[in-house]
Write a protein that binds this ligand. Structure first.
Ligand code: 13P
Length: 257
């Protein structure tokens, strides 16, 4: 089963109006590979203009989180339906910065996922262990626990066609410490194995699982050569067109020996 690779930039709280306009102009000029899904997740204030700027390019544009309620007194928050309303197609839920900095629980993450799917957005669900959890050999418990909380009871077709998983070990995010391809593959295979148990092998083989954590042009080919790594969710190296375009072109890069 060949899964379509999905390479996405999570811009977090970076970039400004001018640099995003320049970035979008570069995307429009680029000869994007036809066999890779490319996505960007800008800060909320630039979401609508990024959607407009990239219209017709095929590039996926999404939000970095959402609020599950449709409307209400939630000062500073943005509802999934509002993300959908400006033309975005995707939303990230459960990013480790939301879990650990903003204190989102598995239940909060699930509420966001359900709201997003419910209003027609596709979802990138992030999973990942902290360094302490890895050292305590709790990686599989943590990741499979987050997976269960995020996917239990979903319809298999919805999962396969509208949910992307992103394994992002917290210790590898923004630290320059990338998981080795072996470490990434081990967890990706674990996740796919659990999906097969819960949803059947047909569904498990279709779910795209991205890796995230210090992905850069120098290591992307090596990571992407792992059988269960289907894409990348990229922070730092997605902020400049030079490096992001090199990531998108991962297939044409030589994996370091
Ligand atoms: P870095 O690529 O900067 O490590 O960030 C990864 C990430 O958190 C993407 O969501």
């Amino acid at each position: 089963m060949t899964r379509r690779p999905f390479i996405a930039g999570n811009w977090k709280m970076h970039l400004d109006r001018r640099s995003i306009a320049d970035f979008c102009a570069s995307i429009k000029d680029a000869d994007l590979p036809g066999d890779v899904t490319v996505g960007v997740f800008p800060p909320f204030v630039y979401l609508a203009e990024t959607v407009d700027a990239l219209a017709g390019t095929g590039v996926v544009v999404g939000a970095q989180t959402c609020r599950p309620e449709e409307k209400g007194a939630f000062t500073g928050e943005v509802a999934a339906v509002q993300v959908k309303d400006v033309g975005a197609t995707h939303v990230i839920v459960g990013h480790s910065e939301r879990r650990h900095v903003m204190g989102e629980t598995d239940a909060d993450v699930r509420a966001r996922l359900d709201a997003a799917l419910g209003c027609g957005l596709d979802v990138v669900l992030c999973l990942g262990e902290t360094l302490d959890e890895r050292k305590a050999e709790r990686t599989s418990d943590v990741v499979l626990g987050q997976l269960a909380a995020g996917t239990k009871g979903l319809d298999g077709e919805t999962l396969a066609s509208r949910v992307t998983l992103a394994y992002e070990p917290v210790w590898a995010i923004g630290t320059g410490l990338t998981a080795t391809p072996e470490q990434a593959q081990e967890v990706h295979a674990l996740v796919r194995g659990r999906l097969a148990e819960d949803f059947g092998d047909g569904v498990a083989q279709r779910v795209v699982v991205q890796y995230g954590g210090s992905v850069k042009p120098a290591n992307v080919a090596d990571l992407m050569s792992c059988p269960d790594v289907d894409g990348a969710l990229v922070g730092g190296a997605s902020l400049a067109w030079d490096s992001f375009s090199a990531l998108i072109a991962f297939e044409r890069q030589e994996a370091p020996q």
